[in-house]
Design a protein around this ligand. Structure first.
Ligand SMILES: Nc1nc2c(ncn2[C@@H]2O[C@H](COP(=O)(O)OP(=O)(O)OP(=O)(O)O)[C@@H](O)[C@H]2O)c(=O)[nH]1
Ligand SMILES: [Mg+2]
Length: 300
């Protein structure tokens, strides 16, 4: 008799920058979430479907949980209702190189009353000595909050097969929720906007990266086979817009070049990427956001 088909949802949660999105991408062997070395890179829940011969693991990458100005209670309600309770398993992630810090404590506190089974994933073990790791595992074991504790390195793809098998142990028998060729439920335009945002995270500094949102407005194949993508980068302030454009358009040109290279690889087609920068209207300033000067982009 063959084993029954298993399927279910596993959320990846943890403070910013521990490597949640890296784990999602590496498990899927495809980039569906953008990565940066800055905290709070991920802003939306991102679903990825891992297709195995006899199972389907639906992974949900989440924005890093951080204290900000919200109270713990508000946070708990917001996060637990949306992510914790309707999944089969929660993967709580820590980063071995920082050990267990206050922000992790906040994450764990916010989960105390969540009944869903939890696996603790200790990431970035490539950065630490074995002894330190063992004492961290011991410390976490004493919290009696987790069914399992597993050390991995998402970046070096170390321990990922063991993690997959562990997850499978906690999934119920179930149907194939998603068709075999579906790796994410995010629309392509969202993903492309994220790739552009990732380049902004990489190239800009200070408050700019976090103030930015990217919207792909239009994407279509032209008669010459080139795919034209129009995207708008929204900043919060005119000063940020200035930085994003750079001297003589140089920053925007670099953002466009990096993004275009990655998008071309992904689509397997030549791309003409047209970027606009606008200041997002605030509650006080009504009216349409204004369109900036069209940026001199590299084009074909
Ligand atoms: N050395 C090492 N670095 C890692 C590992 N996993 C992730 N990183 C790095 O950690 C940084 C943060 O990774 P992300 O995957 O964006 O982290 P995240 O938890 O999704 O962050 P937020 O979306 O901000 O919550 C990036 O620079 C990654 O390259 C790992 O196993 N080892
Ligand atoms: Mg992330």
């Amino acid at each position: 008799m063959t084993d029954p088909f298993k399927s279910g949802y596993a959320s990846i949660i943890g403070r910013p920058n521990v490597g949640k999105s890296t784990l999602l991408n590496r498990l899927l062997m495809q980039k569906v979430a953008v990565i940066s070395n800055r905290p709070q890179t991920t802003r939306n829940k991102i679903t990825g479907v891992l297709h195995l011969p006899n199972a389907q693991i639906i992974l949900v990458d989440t924005p890093g949980i951080h204290q900000s100005e919200r109270t713990l209670n508000e946070m708990m309600v917001r996060v637990s209702v949306s992510t914790f309770s309707d999944v089969d398993l929660i993967l709580v992630m820590l980063s071995a190189d920082t050990g267990f810090c206050d922000e992790d404590e906040f994450v764990l506190n916010s989960m105390q009353r969540v009944k869903t089974k939890k696996i603790l994933v200790i990431n970035k073990i490539d950065l630490v000595e074995k002894n330190g790791l063992l004492s961290l595992m011991d410390e976490m074991n004493r919290k009696s909050l987790f069914e399992e504790i597993i050390p991995i390195s998402a970046l070096k793809e170390d321990g990922l097969d063991s993690l997959k098998n562990l997850i499978l142990n906690y999934l119920p028998e179930g149907p194939e929720y998603f068709p075999k060729d579906m790796v994410t439920d995010c629309p392509e335009t969202f993903l492309f906007g994220e790739i552009i945002r990732e380049k902004i995270l990489k190239l800009t500094r200070f408050e700019v990266p976090h103030a930015v949102a990217v919207v792909v407005e239009d994407m279509r194949e032209q008669d010459n086979g080139v795919v034209r993508i129009d995207a708008t980068i929204y900043a919060e302030k005119a000063s940020q817009k200035k930085i994003l454009i750079g001297q003589g358009g140089s920053m925007l040109k670099s953002i466009g070049q990096l993004a275009r290279q990655e998008l071309e690889k992904r689509l397997g087609a030549k791309i003409f990427l047209k970027l606009f920068v606008k200041v997002r209207p605030t509650g006080e300033t009504r009216g349409e956001p204004y369109r900036s000067s069209v940026i001199p982009n590299d084009s074909y």
